[in-house]
Design a protein. Structure first.
Length: 56
């Protein structure tokens, strides 16, 4: 598997639910630097909090 730690990854659309959400979480756990976009502001905030807490 490719080491994605510290790589910048841009995910647009679908990041707030389903496969997109799980992919975003997995990438956060692998220490990727993420740029995420979602239509649902509350969902995006929750995902942001997950990502920030994962990075600690």
């Amino acid at each position: 598997m490719v080491n994605i730690a510290e790589k910048v990854i841009f995910i647009m659309g679908g990041t707030s639910s389903g496969i997109g959400e799980e992919t975003t979480k997995k990438l956060a756990q692998e220490r990727a630097k993420l740029i995420i976009v979602a239509r649902c502001e509350d969902c995006l905030k929750n995902l942001f909090l997950f990502v920030v807490n994962t990075k600690r």
